[in-house]
Structure formats: structure tokens, C-alpha cells
Write a protein that binds this ligand. Structure first.
Ligand code: NAD
Length: 496
């Protein structure tokens, strides 16, 4: 069976630990690859390689680094279809959705191409007589990224684009469930001119993560994954003196006020609830129906659900694919038992979809109505194609529900009332807010991050906060008693 290995120092390096894990095609349920699991020594080797590459990369001029990033953007863009197909083959999301993932990831590379501008500091002339003061930002050294299964290309791009643009060298530990995309990205980075050792990939599980956290050469860790792992990782990284940002789980609410455009709200709930089979940290998992709109909204959502085309994702027609593993599919399906047992109404049961009876990890779209905060289907992050509807009578009840939830990644409001939307934006305890937009993932020149149990650490990821995370500031106070030396050069000034 084909193996998926590490990428260290500009080449694929087969694992030697003797440990590996299965990688499945979720559409067929077949094991298609084995992924090597790195030992502590193999992780150390990758970090040592990144550390050795750091001095030269750090000293590489901003214009050269920007030039390489432009080539990275072009190379990844040229291979976007291939990357999307790799994602579909191991994650299960449909190819059109995977193409969207690659495009949203590339936004971060495009942002990082502007690194000369992004790293500009401030300058104060004559702060004291003959004394100038200025600020600069410098890279940290070796930084690491640990990414989740649900965005095997985009989340790594959230991390490495800014990290390497700022002059750091990078070690990525992708999810062991769908590791092929990151390995291909590593090869394409080398092809685009990223020097050997600047971007490395170690495959593996918890052993690799623990080795990264324990390694004194790693200065900062970006993590994206589930809340329990994020919380533990942030604590461990902080204890070992590393800078850390740990983006975590979510339970995103979509509040629908009685005056909302019903069709727009129902379209949005179905798109954002079932896109990528609900395996998005910004998926809508709870619709909060306020007042009289409840029955009509549930009927409109149900009617649209019947038209969702589920398939293996390779054909242009399918809109939703399988879940990532059999175990995950079964866990998600379990809420269709526990929800009704705890008092919810099962409006649509995705287990009855014929595709759910095949060998792939499919579950049909499912809808639970009359869900309450005490139920497991409300309390847990389901991370699958199960949408819950909570009924409330007033805006105040709706906002209290959203704000009492321990997570605060995204939250959306659907209304025609600008004042109500503005009040929601003011009140809501979430890091990313949508007004008639169900999945408000910020564009690459803003930053992404939730509140409360959706993010541990201070800075949000990518965009301006990403630049801040991957650099540290320095303020220089200078005085020059003599003019500096100069040379005669009649050529048109060029960057060097
Ligand atoms: P996960 O926490 O299981 O795994 C994430 C990464 O951590 C993987 O690389 C995995 O190998 C590693 N890992 C898993 N268990 C570990 C352990 N005990 N110790 C050390 N490392 C461990 O998450 P997942 O299932 O891959 O991804 C889905 C989760 O990620 C969901 O909770 C989702 O909401 C969240 N997510 C959040 C965001 C965000 O931006 N907030 C984005 C995407 C996904």
C-alpha cells in the first residue's frame, strides 16, 4: 500500500519509526494509504533542519522573499485542481468545495506577498536632539503548525504563508486523517523556489505533537483543532515558554428574526449547515428561530434539504460528500438517537438516505427541531450534517442563548432591520459575526479567530494578527555623530 511520508530539507523522507496509520477514501470506505507516524527523533531531525535553514532565510531580503511568495502563489494556483482532488480523496468533501478551500487558502499567500509593506515599522526623527527612534519586527526562528483534518490545505496556508514571509522556518504536523495535500504543497513550495529546510512536514499523531511542544528550538506554535486538544496544547506550550495560538471548536448560531427574508434564511441555513457535511468550524449548527417565523422556517429548510445531492464528490453534480471516518460518521449519527430521546423532534433522519447504507462514510442531511440547551445535540460540537433548531420568543432570549454557549467562533443574524443587526453586532460574544451572511470567514487581509472556548491564546490567525504572531518587535534608538560613507552609482536604484 502507498505510503505518505515526511518532507524534510526539500525532499520526501520515509519514516523509520515503524509506526503508521490508515488513510481512507471516505466515499468508498477503503483504506488507500498508510501514513508514517514520526518518532520524537524524527521530529527533532525536522526541527534541526528548520533551525539550520533559519539564518540564511532570515537574512534573505524582503524583495526576494516576496518574489518567492509570488511564485508560491502561482504554483499552488496552477495545481489547484490537483490539490482539490487530493483533498476530496482523503477528506471526502466534494471537489467544488475543495476548490473553494484552496482558493481561500491562497488568499493568505496573496496577503503574505505584501510582506515588505506588512513589516514596515514606525520612525520618529529627532525624538531627542540628534536622536532618532524606530521600530522593526523580526522573525522568531523555527515555528510549528498543527492542523486539523477538515481543511487539509487551507489551514496550513493560514499558518505557513505569513510565517515564512516574515522570515521564520516552518514545521507542519498535518492531520493524520488526510495528510496527502500538505505533502504535495511541500513539493510545490520547493518547485516554486522556497529554499530547502524553510518548510518541512512531519506526519504523525500525538507523539509528534508532544515532541514539537517539548523542543526548545520551536519558538511558537499555531494549532487549529478541537477544544480539548487546543486547551491542553496551549497550556503545555505556555509552560515551555512558547508563543501559542490555539484555535478550537465551535457551535455557530444563526439567529433568524421574524422579519428575515425567509427564502434567504432557509437557503443560508442549508448551505452553511450541510456544506462540507457540516465538518467546518464555521458551519451553522444551530438555527435560532425567533417568534412566529419558526414553523415556516423549519418547513422551508426541510423542503430544501430534500434537494441536496449527496455523492462521492468527484462528479460535478454532488453537493455534499461523506464524513471523514466511519467512527466519526457513527458518532454524528448517534445524535439522531440521543436528540429525540432527550425531547427533540427528528424532522429529517439522514440515516434513512440510501447512500448511508453503503460502504462509504455517508450520512444524509438531518434536522432536529425543538432542541433545548440541555440536550447533548446542543451541548456538543457535532461536526456533521445534523442541523438543530432552537425556538425562542424574543431577541433577548436569542442573544442570551448565543452568549451563554461556551463557544464563540462565528454567529450570524438574519433580519431586514439594520438597527437589530447593529445591536446584535454590539451584543454578541463571538469573534466573527455575519449579518445575513451565515459563514463570516474573514477575507485574508483581516484576521480569523473566535472568542471563549473557540480560541486559546491572544492573537487571531492570519492577516495582520498573523504577522504580529510570527514576529517580535524591536525599538531602536540611534544617534549618528558622522555622515555615513557613500559610493557613486549611476544605475537606476534597484532593491537588493
Ligand atoms: P483534533 O483536535 O482531533 O486534531 C487536530 C490536530 O491535533 C491534528 O493534527 C491531530 O493529529 C492532533 N491531535 C489530536 N489529538 C491530539 C492529542 N491528544 N494531543 C496532541 N495532538 C493531538 O481536531 P480534528 O478532528 O482534526 O479537527 C476538527 C476540530 O477542529 C473541530 O473541533 C473544529 O471545530 C476544529 N477547527 C477549528 C477551527 C478554528 O479556526 N477555530 C478551524 C478548523 C477546525
Amino acid at each position: 500500500m502507498e505510503r505518505i511520508s515526511h518532507y524534510i530539507g526539500g525532499r520526501i523522507v520515509p519514516g523509520v519509526s515503524g509506526r503508521s496509520g490508515p488513510v481512507y477514501d471516505p466515499a468508498t470506505g477503503q483504506e488507500t494509504h498508510r501514513v508514517d507516524f514520526a518518532s520524537q527523533d524524527e521530529v527533532r531531525g525536522a526541527i534541526a533542519t528548520a533551525a539550520a535553514a533559519f539564518p540564511h532565510w532570515r537574512a534573505t531580503s524582503l524583495s526576494r522573499r516576496a518574489d518567492i511568495l509570488f511564485r508560491v502563489r502561482e504554483t499552488l494556483h496552477r495545481h489547484r485542481q490537483e490539490l482539490a482532488e487530493l483533498i476530496t480523496a482523503q477528506h471526502g468533501k466534494v471537489v467544488s468545495d475543495a476548490m473553494g478551500e484552496v482558493a481561500r487558502g491562497l488568499e493568505n499567500v496573496e496577503f503574505a506577498c505584501g510582506v515588505p509593506h506588512l513589516l514596515k515599522g514606525a520612525y520618529t526623527e529627532q525624538a531627542s536632539t540628534g536622536v532618532d527612534v524606530y521600530s522593526i519586527r523580526q522573525p522568531l526562528g523555527v515555528v510549528a503548525g498543527i492542523s486539523p483534518f477538515n481543511f487539509p490545505a487551507m489551514v496550513p496556508m493560514w499558518m505557513f504563508a505569513n510565517a515564512i514571509a516574515c522570515g521564520n522556518t516552518f514545521v507542519l504536523k498535518p492531520s493524520e486523517k488526510d495528510p496527502a495535500a500538505s505533502l504535495r504543497i511541500a513539493e510545490l513550495l520547493t518547485e516554486a523556489g522556497v529554499p530547502d529546510g524553510v518548510f518541512n512536514v512531519v506526519q504523525g499523531d500525538r507523539v509528534a505533537v508532544d515532541a514539537i511542544l517539548a523542543d526548545p528550538d520551536v519558538q511558537a506554535v499555531s494549532f487549529v483543532g478541537s477544544t480539548p486538544v487546543a486547551r491542553a496544547l496551549q497550556e503545555a506550550a505556555t509552560r515551555s515558554g512558547k508563543r501559542v495560538q490555539a484555535l478550537a471548536g465551535a457551535k455557530n448560531h444563526m439567529v433568524v428574526l421574524p422579519d428575515a427574508d425567509l427564502d434567504m434564511a432557509a437557503d443560508a441555513a442549508v448551505s452553511a449547515g450541510f456544506g462540507s457535511a457540516g465538518e467546518r468550524c464555521m458551519a451553522i449548527s444551530v438555527v435560532v428561530a425567533v417568534g412566529a417565523i419558526g414553523d415556516r422556517l423549519v418547513a422551508a429548510i426541510k423542503e430544501r434539504m430534500a434537494r441536496v445531492r449527496i455523492g462521492d464528490g468527484r462528479d460535478a453534480g454532488s453537493e455534499m460528500g461523506p464524513l471523514v471516518t466511519r467512527e466519526h460518521r457513527d458518532r454524528v449519527a448517534g445524535y439522531l438517537d440521543s436528540g429525540p430521546a432527550q425531547g427533540a423532534t427528528l424532522v429529517v433522519d439522514g440515516r434513512e438516505d440510501p447512500i448511508a447504507r453503503g460502504s462509504g462514510f455517508f450520512l444524509g442531511v438531518s434536522l432536529l427541531d425543538h432542541v433545548t440547551p440541555a440536550m447533548d445535540c446542543y451541548r456538543d460540537e457535532i461536526f456533521g450534517p445534523v442541523l438543530s433548531v432552537v425556538r425562542v420568543q424574543t431577541y433577548e432570549e436569542a442573544i442570551a442563548l448565543v452568549n451563554n454557549n461556551p463557544w464563540g467562533n462565528g454567529a450570524a443574524i438574519f433580519t431586514r432591520d439594520g438597527g437589530a443587526a447593529r445591536q446584535f453586532q454590539f451584543d454578541v460574544e463571538a469573534g466573527m459575526v455575519g449579518v445575513n451572511v451565515p459563514i463570516p470567514v474573514p477575507v485574508g487581509y483581516y484576521s480569523f479567530g473566535g472568542w471563549k472556548h473557540s480560541l486559546f491564546g491572544d492573537t487571531h490567525i492570519y492577516g495582520p494578527e498573523g504577522i504580529q504572531f510570527y514576529t517580535r518587535g524591536k525599538v531602536v534608538t540611534s544617534r549618528w555623530p558622522d555622515p555615513s560613507t557613500s559610493t557613486v552609482d549611476l544605475g537606476f536604484p534597484r532593491t537588493r
